[in-house]
Design a protein around this ligand. Structure first.
Ligand code: ZN
Length: 245
């Protein structure tokens, strides 16, 4: 346990040091406010990851509600979560969150992932502590440039394991290479069976797991993964994501 705290401190230190160093050495600007000399100033960090300050959340998808309806309109009219018990996100996917994702995923600002992982761990700790985490696998790399790229969800999983001793299991593989976000809702559902699969001979020795992803849009990805996991014998499948759209 102490060794994990040690690693946590190191990672935390690296992050702070990185921000300090970049603020001293470079002409970096905060990706949100453009003022500070670091990639993401502390004020904007809070702006991006601040949990929505209302008390009601949909019991299924975790989207914020204005009143205690228990289930949101989406989950009521077009339910998508059958195998997934519940999903929770840090906050909703607004303009600042979009900017954050763009820089983190596509603009080589990989260090932003550390901040994201620490913030998301707070939610994990509160809701699902000690339940093993299953990261959603990335789509297959289709060219050289993509092969050099890092995978954001994998980065978060790494920090979870490295700093907080969270058990990470990887029973899933991605079997297509299409970009999910360009598909329509109907398309996503229709083709869902072909996007992920269970690894052969992978044993999941846990009654509960938490799926980890960056953004929940329709929830189709989470549900598809949940279906595979329950078919492998898992009883309770939950999910956490950074943002919900
Ligand atoms: Zn809902």
């Amino acid at each position: 346990m102490t060794i994990n705290i040690f690693f946590m401190l190191i990672i935390h230190f690296i992050e702070k040091f990185y921000y300090l160093l970049t603020s001293l050495l470079s002409e970096k600007k905060c990706i949100i406010c453009g003022k500070s000399h670091s990639d993401l100033c502390f004020v904007c960090q809070n702006k991006i990851f601040e949990r929505v300050k209302i008390n009601f959340f949909c019991r299924r998808c975790g989207r914020p509600l204005t009143d205690d309806f228990k289930i949101c309109i989406n989950c009521l009219n077009r339910p998508i979560f059958f195998e997934l018990k519940a999903a929770r996100s840090l906050t909703v996917y607004g303009k600042n969150q979009q900017t954050f994702i763009y820089h983190w995923k596509f603009n080589k600002k990989r260090m932003l992932g550390i901040t994201a992982a620490f913030k998301l761990y707070d939610v994990y700790k509160k809701l699902y502590k000690s339940i093993p985490v299953v990261p959603v696998p990335p789509r297959k790399k289709t060219n050289k440039i993509e092969e050099m790229n890092y995978d954001c969800v994998k980065d978060i999983a790494f920090i979870f394991r490295f700093c907080f001793n969270v058990k990470i299991i990887e029973p899933l593989i991605r079997i297509d290479s299409e970009e999910q976000k360009y598909k329509s809702f109907a398309n996503r559902i229709d083709k869902s069976k072909k996007r992920y699969a269970l690894k052969k001979n992978h044993q999941i020795n846990s009654r509960s797991v938490v799926i980890l992803d960056d953004i929940m849009t329709t929830g189709a990805t989470l549900e598809e993964c949940a279906l595979l996991l329950t078919s492998a014998g898992v009883e309770n499948v939950y999910a956490i994501t950074l943002f919900c759209d």
